[in-house]
Design a protein around this ligand. Structure first.
Ligand code: PEP
Length: 253
């Protein structure tokens, strides 16, 4: 059964005390999750070990880094390698978030290297893709997002692509309060699954979780996650509010 994931992207938010409190609040609530349903906390690097500690013993809960570098070690001041993340027990890594693409110049080619590195060290990449508003307004969103996938992921083997999670995050919906409609999300997710199927076949494409990201909240998660090709969400703002993120976890089908 395809996995369903509620992933929290805290971005560059919270102090240590606030992070501790938020994790405690979210984790104290009972969530009736099945084996294929997962919750992933993409916390800032300084809080990864804290989050690892808080989720220990909780079967459906995992941590993610928000980035990793293209190299495994060396003179790259300020960077963090996939190998380091593996060594502390992190299981996921968010790659290619639109903020990294825009503010840090991450290209499809660089993300191809990062995805390869993450997979080499046993991390599951949550690969973000998505179009800006002007691309959507011109009607070119399907081609745009398809190109992101092709240029970053299509040199991966069948075995590797099955280990990926994809997050479709239209840039015009990130942090804007403007969510894609459930129909818009489903249309793009179905397109992405088709793109994967053309390259890797239906069975493989049917196994890759595709998350939606862009102003997901407790109030709209259920409708979005009810779409057949929407396998959960990558959540920014609402993941910083325990009650809201709790509702999002409970919206996993
Ligand atoms: C994100 O950071 O990936 C995101 C989707 O943010 P938000 O939920 O705040 O739109």
């Amino acid at each position: 059964m395809r996995q369903q994931i509620a992933a929290a992207n805290w971005k560059m938010n919270l102090t240590l005390d606030q992070a501790t409190h938020l994790l405690d609040e979210i984790l104290k609530a009972p969530h009736d999750l099945q084996a294929h349903q997962k919750v992933v906390f993409a916390v800032p690097f300084p809080y990864l070990l804290l989050a690892q500690d808080k989720i220990s013993g909780k079967l459906n809960f995992f941590t993610a880094a928000q980035n990793c570098y293209t190299k495994s070690s060396g003179a790259y001041t300020g960077e963090t390698s996939a190998e380091m993340l593996q060594s502390i027990g992190v299981e996921y890594v968010v790659l290619g978030h639109s903020e990294r693409r825009e503010y840090f110049g991450e290209s499809n080619a660089m993300l191809e290297e990062k995805a390869g590195m993450a997979l080499t060290y046993g991390l599951t990449p949550i690969f973000c893709c998505g179009e800006a508003l002007q691309v959507r307004e011109s009607g070119a969103q399907n081609d745009y997002v398809e190109k992101q996938l092709k240029e970053s992921l299509f040199n991966l083997s069948e075995e590797q692509i099955q280990k990926m999670v994809i997050a479709y995050e239209p840039i015009w919906a990130i942090g804007t309060g403007k969510t894609a409609t459930a129909a818009q999300a489903q249309e793009m997710h179905a397109h992405l699954r088709n793109v994967l199927a053309r390259q890797y076949g239906d069975t493989v494409a049917g196994e890759v979780p595709i998350l939606y990201g862009g102003s997901v909240k407790g109030s709209n998660a259920k409708e979005l996650f009810a779409q057949p090709d929407v396998d959960g969400g990558l959540v920014g703002g609402a993941s910083l509010i325990a009650a809201d993120f709790g509702q999002i976890i409970d919206a996993l089908k």
